[in-house]
Ligand binder design. Sequence first.
Ligand code: HEM
Length: 225
Amino acid sequence: MSELLVLKWVHILAMVYWLGGEWGVFQTSYKVINRSLSLDERRRHMDTAYKIDILARTGIILLLPLGLHMGVLWTIVPRWPGFIPLVWILTAAWLALCWAAFFYRETDRGIRLTKIDEAIRFVLIPLLVIVSISSLLGHGPFKAGPGMNWYSWKVLIYAGMLVIGLKLRFIMREWTVMFRRLDAEGSNPEVEGRLERSIRVGRTLAYFYWVGIASVCFLGTVKPV
Ligand code: HEM
């Protein structure tokens, strides 16, 4: 049972929870904005969406350290001393933050924790873009060239998916704020309009998300470049 195969197995599971979870949130969102349902009914669907989404969020976070660890085993990523343990310590901290935001969802603390999680992505996304483009241009740190470029392309597209993911998180975080206003002010066309617009944007982005995730999956399986 090789280390690489076990990591790849978990990597594939992480992708499945991400892709499958996004589909679940996509479908549930129809009920969240359905004005013909009671506010309690809509809130129940919103909570279901959060419960589906937490496994997708966990999958998204885990894909990167698993990919980096496998990249070291593939000798595409340099085996810097202490790199793999550092990656997993940072991953554990990020996952703890992500789950804490889930447990405190719908509260001010939950919103604050979610904003810290988003801030991590503001740093990580440009870092992954710079590292992957630099590698594809032959300046490292990842090995590149025929038969190895798939790795850097995966990291680059993954960074792109994190950008879409960030916008989808803003939309979900806005749900909490909008539902608080509906609670305080009762049915309100302005709030309902904002909810419907944000979810329409979310659904359009979801299509790009699915194609993006599937194409990274293709790169990891077929390794065409
Ligand atoms: C959207 C995100 C991602 C998806 C959907 C994805 C999907 C996959 C899949 C399905 C495999 C298995 C391929 C096979 O069984 O032959 C795989 C393998 C792999 N992925 Fe990813 N991956 C993603 C992100 C990443 C990232 C960000 C990295 C690097 C940091 C990465 C590095 C790898 C490596 C090194 C392998 C092993 C290749 C092998 O041993 O055949 N992946 N990926």
